[in-house]
Each structure stands twice: as structure tokens, then as C-alpha cells.
Design a binder for this molecule. Structure first.
Ligand code: BGP
Length: 464
């Protein structure tokens, strides 16, 4: 049985726009997520983010529940549109107070705050000038970063730059991070985000010399679908564009020549200035945080056309002479069709650590499912307990293998609204009593997994 490190950060994760609600309260300005559900592409019969889990008003109760579970850490995002009011960078002090109070409350219970600076919710005033696809974005992100470090830098030790930077490339339309009608070169967009991230890291070194900062992409090992050598080539290709390009740039400070050649073959390129090259070289992280849900399996496509399944983050795609993501017949699936691969978790941890030799923090991992509130306020989510048991065991094996780990913050601390599948796709240890459109009383209810996780944390991972 693995011995987890003494100060291992057991906890869980959320993001502002998926949990807070109160989109017009406390001086918050609109974000692209506030009205995402009104876009024609948003699925019907699914709630948006206007009320979410009303954490903006219930945060104290929520933190008390985290403390009751024994959390050592809590990963949440700060809402940019709650902090900055306009292009001039005017500060909303009510927003600053909200997060200061939240952080103080966490520290009161000895819960380490782990802050994501940007989790999908671009303020509308930035979208109006082109959003994440422009140079302006990188400037504005630096201004915002300065405000964050100035106001919270002395209390928050662990910082995450941009949540799932790779999903801006791979699933922008599904998650709603880039409006559907906006034309873009996905790799140039990625580059803007990478430059924004580098600017934040550079500033952090100056302003918070005692803190730690890292990226937070979504990473998952890629398997070859067969013993055919060409399928292995496709695995290498997909690994490069699904995983490594996002970590190479921040950990090594440059794009690999294989990656640049690969996009060139598809008629694309990235414009990189000399100043950016220098900046990227000098902005390295202290650790790697990543979100893990599943692995991907790949083969060399036989068909000649690019095709992409529109479903979600786990979507299939096929690029001629490059790679095709296919279903893995060895793996079971969640109710929402995501492949479940606990051993893949160990494999991914090993690959990430071996490649970059930096401590690792897991900032998401979890299973979404439909749940029923039973009599006397019970929620029997044994499938979630089983999912966590399997993944935590494999994480333990990765630690035994030699992977240096800081903490585990699965998704999510309490129920919240999924990126595009509503509140019925629940992830939390705590049930929030609302339906897609009936807000009921938003009561918080401890699920079976709540008690299981509490016990696990108390024993530092031994009582699994
Ligand atoms: C990640 C995001 C989260 C979260 C999670 C689950 O991609 O960082 O914001 O929502 O996936 O995905 P979903 O909500 O689509 O089920």
C-alpha cells in the first residue's frame, strides 16, 4: 500500500463560472459564459450558468463542508469579469473583497487555496476586441495578473495560469470559449495564450518570489490502436498536438520543430516575434498541474478527409496521414460516454514526470453522472467512490514508481454546471438541490462519496 507524502494536498476543484452564479451581483461585468446557453449551438433543455450553484452567496457554507471533509487544499478559479471592469483595467473592489474573504475562510481551516487565474470565462469587453485570438488579450492578461498578484499574492502560494489551454484548440466551440463565427488559426490562438501565460509567469517571479506557479492543461496518454507501425506514428502525432506541445512550450520554452513542420504540412504556421521567443525561454513553471479524465487511442486514418465529431472534449477526429482518434474497446465508459482508464492515469503521470522532471499536481479528475436524491437526504453515488478508488490506487502506484506529487484535487468539490451538459451531469461530493431549470432550494447534501473521501483524507490515502 502506497504511503502518500506527509503534506499531500488532498482536496477538490471548481471553476468560477460553473459554480458561482450571481452573474450580475457584486459589480461583476458580463462574460462570454453568462449567455452561452442562448447560442444556437448550445444543447436544448440544458441550463446555462446564470445561477449555477449559487456559490457566490453560499460560499461560507461550502467552505465549511470542505473543511468537514478534511480538505488540505481547494482549487478554484477567480472570475476575471468579477475583478476587472473594462479595457482600462479599472478594478472592481467588491470582487477583490469576495475572493479575499473566500481565501481567508479557507486559510482559517488550514485549507491551501490553489488559484486558477483564468478558467474559460473571458470578459465580454475583451471578446468585443477579439478575445483570446488577439495580441490585446496578452496585454490585458498581464494587467489582470498584476492585480491578482498584488491583492492575493501574499496569501496564495499555488497559482495555475490558464485552465486547459489545449481545449481552446481542441474543443473551443463545444465549451464556448471561442464564439462559433470567429475565424481563427487554432495554433496562432494557442500561441497568444502561451504568450499570455509566459507574461504572467514572468511577472509572478518579480511579484511573488515565494509562490509557485504552473500550467494546467488537460493531459491523457495516447495509445496506438494496433501493432501496426503506422498506427504508432499516428500515436506520436496525436500525442504531440493533444499533449506535449502545451507542456513543451512552458517547460522547455519552445515549440518542437516536429510540431512546427506538422502544422506547416497542413498549411498553417505561427507568427512568433523575437521578443516572444525570449519571453517564452525565460518563463518556466515550478510544477505541472494537469487535468486527467481519460486516455486517447489512435490509428492512421484510411479515409482522405478531415472529420470531427462534434460531441465534446472527448471527441473523435481524423486527419489524413496524421492520426485518427478511435474508441478503445478495452475501456468501459461513463454514462456520458467518457472512457474510464485508471491505469492510463498512472501511465500519464509517469510520462509527464519523466518528460519534464517537475512535481505534479492533479487539478481535475472525476466522473459525471445523473443522480437521484433519495429519502432522508441520501445520494448513493457508489460509482463515484469506485472511480476514485481505482484512480487513487493508480496514482499511488505512480508515486511508488517515483513520480513526485504535490496533491490531488478532483472535479468537483460540490455539484456545479457542466461545460455544456448542465447540472444533471453531476460531479460533486456534495449534492446541490436544483434541476436544470427548477432552482428548488439549492440545499447542500452530503453524498455517500463525501463520507468516503473524508475517511480517505483522514488516513492520508490509506483507507481507500
Ligand atoms: C474540463 C473543464 C471543467 C469541467 C470538466 C468536466 O474540461 O476544465 O471546466 O467542466 O472538464 O467536463 P464537463 O463539464 O463537460 O463534463
Amino acid at each position: 500500500m502506497t504511503k502518500f507524502p506527509k503534506n499531500f494536498l488532498w482536496g477538490a476543484s471548481t471553476s468560477a463560472y460553473q459554480i458561482e452564479g450571481a452573474i450580475n451581483e457584486g459589480g461583476k461585468v458580463p462574460s462570454i459564459m453568462d449567455r452561452f446557453d442562448e447560442q444556437p449551438s448550445y444543447p436544448e433543455g440544458i441550463t446555462g450558468f446564470k445561477e449555477a450553484s449559487d456559490h457566490y452567496n453560499k460560499w461560507k457554507e461550502d467552505v465549511a463542508l470542505m473543511a468537514e471533509m478534511g480538505f488540505k487544499s481547494y482549487r478554484f478559479s477567480i472570475s476575471w469579469p468579477r475583478i476587472i471592469k473594462n479595457l482600462k483595467g479599472d478594478i472592481n473592489f467588491e470582487g477583490i473583497k469576495f475572493y479575499n474573504d473566500l481565501i481567508d475562510e479557507l486559510l482559517k481551516y488550514n485549507i491551501e487555496p490553489v488559484v486558477t487565474m483564468f478558467h474559460f470565462d473571458t470578459p465580454n469587453f475583451i471578446q468585443e476586441v477579439g478575445g483570446v485570438c488577439t495580441d490585446k488579450f496578452t496585454e490585458l492578461f498581464e494587467i489582470y495578473s498584476k492585480v491578482l498578484f498584488e491583492n492575493f499574492g501574499s496569501k496564495v502560494k499555488y497559482w495555475l495560469t490558464i485552465n486547459e489551454l489545449n481545449m481552446f484548440v481542441m474543443a473551443a466551440d463545444v465549451i464556448g470559449v471561442v464564439p462559433k463565427d470567429q475565424q481563427l488559426n487554432p495554433w496562432q490562438l494557442m500561441h497568444h495564450l502561451n504568450v499570455a501565460q509566459a507574461k504572467a509567469i514572468k511577472l509572478f517571479r518579480k511579484m511573488c518570489p515565494n509562490g509557485k506557479i504552473g500550467p494546467a492543461p488537460n493531459i491523457g496518454a495516447v495509445y496506438s490502436n494496433s501493432k501496426k507501425p503506422e498506427d504508432y506514428t499516428s500515436k506520436l502525432n496525436i500525442d504531440m498536438v493533444r499533449n506535449w506541445v502545451y507542456l513543451d512550450i512552458v517547460c522547455r520554452g519552445e515549440y518542437s520543430s516536429l510540431f512546427l513542420n506538422a502544422i506547416k504540412k497542413n498549411g498553417l504556421s505561427i507568427t512568433i516575434t523575437e521578443a516572444e521567443k525570449k519571453l517564452l525561454k525565460e518563463s518556466k513553471p515550478d510544477f505541472i498541474a494537469f487535468n486527467y479524465y481519460s486516455t486517447m487511442t489512435s490509428q492512421m486514418p484510411t479515409q482522405k478527409e478531415v472529420h470531427q465529431e462534434k460531441k465534446d472534449q472527448q471527441r473523435g477526429f481524423s486527419i489524413p496521414n496524421f492520426g485518427e482518434a478511435v474508441k478503445n474497446s478495452e475501456l468501459p465508459k461513463t454514462e456520458f460516454g467518457w472512457e474510464i482508464d485508471p491505469i492510463g492515469f498512472r501511465n500519464t503521470l509517469r510520462e509527464v514526470y519523466d518528460r519534464y522532471q517537475l512535481p505534479v499536481m492533479i487539478t481535475e479528475n472525476g466522473i459525471g453522472g445523473k443522480e437521484k436524491l433519495e429519502e432522508s437526504d441520501k445520494v448513493h453515488d457508489s460509482y463515484r467512490i469506485e472511480y476514485y478508488q481505482q484512480h487513487i490506487k493508480q496514482m499511488g502506484l505512480a508515486i511508488d514508481d517515483g513520480v513526485e506529487m504535490i496533491g490531488y484535487m478532483p472535479w468537483s468539490a460540490i455539484d456545479l454546471v457542466s461545460t455544456h451538459e448542465g447540472i444533471s451531469k453531476r460531479y460533486g461530493f456534495v449534492y446541490v438541490n436544483r434541476d436544470e431549470f427548477d432552482l428548488k432550494d439549492m440545499r447542500r447534501i452530503r453524498k455517500d462519496s463525501f463520507f468516503w473521501y473524508k475517511n480517505l483524507i483522514e488516513s492520508n490515502g490509506e483507507n481507500i
